[in-house]
Ligand binder design. Sequence first.
Ligand SMILES: C[S@@+](CC[C@H](N)C(=O)[O-])C[C@H]1O[C@@H](n2cnc3c(N)ncnc32)[C@H](O)[C@@H]1O
Length: 386
Amino acid sequence: MSRFYSHVNTAKSILGTYSGQVPFSVFLKAFFAKEKKFGSRDRKNISSFCYSYFRLGYAFKEQSIDERLMTALFLSTDVSIEWLQKEKPEWVASIALSLKEKIRVIGLNLKTVFPFADELSQGIDLLQFNLSFLIQPDLFVRVRPGKMEAVETKLHNSQINFSRVNESCLAFANGTKLDDVLEINKEAVIQDLNSQRVAEFFPMKERQSWSVWDCCAASGGKAIMAHDYIAGMHLTVSDIRQTIIQNLHSRFKEAGIRQYKSFVADLVNPESLQSSLQDLKFDLIICDAPCSGSGTWSRTPEEMVFFKQEEITRYSNLQKSIATNTIRYLNKGGYLLYITCSVFKKENEEVVDFLQQAAGLELIKMELLKGYDVKADTMFSALFKL
Ligand SMILES: C[S@@+](CC[C@H](N)C(=O)[O-])C[C@H]1O[C@@H](n2cnc3c(N)ncnc32)[C@H](O)[C@@H]1O
């Protein structure tokens, strides 16, 4: 019990000093690096308390950190009954209720959790979406072609719980350690369910050979997937910084991808692109654009809390600029696959409208890939033809 109090107090002091300048995971790491007295269990509990707190988003904003933390711990499974008996005895009888029932007990108006409802893309169920912030999402892996049997056998042998979502996707409780059991990137890629579903947008069956440019490749999640599903692909990848491309090289090595070209370019700067690509043109450009990341905020709820609404317009302008500059390198009849992990219409439908009107692309299909009701991220994907 005294340990629980001490964890609560530490969480309160962390929450009181964090102001969103760096990712919360980085902030926590720095905090624990300085405060050596905390063992791994302490660190785990304190981190978990803080994340539960951020999960409340904008709900009960007028209350003190103390009160909100109490509410957050009551909603999550972290709370100590003894602590509750002392601090909030009227909630003790409700401790074993379901999340939805607890929400009723504390009088939480769910719609107050997510503060940017007016900005949302079409078709989002607001209550379900708000509820999703109070629930930790699952961990998903994409099992690479031909590896499912071996992967499932290893998981069974190591007694790791998982569920099979579809022919290539497995779901695990968040925090499940897989590195010691699976050959990550070779056999299976850590990739959210809806990031995997983007493969449904690959224009696969029409050609024998594809020249593909993943222009915002990061460490190559979409590019590895394209490699697995697009036969006859000649791959080029780029990103804005050399260090990012360096990570991609390591990951590609693990994934067994050797034949590809790579370069570094700022896609906002047409000259930077021109000097790298010259006259090259592509049959498919994958543009997994920099975005607010709002579709992933149930994994990083602190981002929702510190996000500034005006950033949405900044991202939307950046996305339009990047897409405009990249489609100059599309072959006639080629495809642009535009992707975000955002739930905001300015970054999704508005960019789609822009690309049709200003750039003359033909929209083949688009979809908001909803993850909030399946413990996954929400993504947006649109396929265009030139
Ligand atoms: C959503 S991430 C891409 C994720 C990646 N495709 C994957 O599947 O793992 C967006 C990427 O765009 C890059 N980026 C941001 N601004 C850029 C710019 N101006 N030019 C080029 N790349 C940029 C970021 O560095 C980041 O790696």
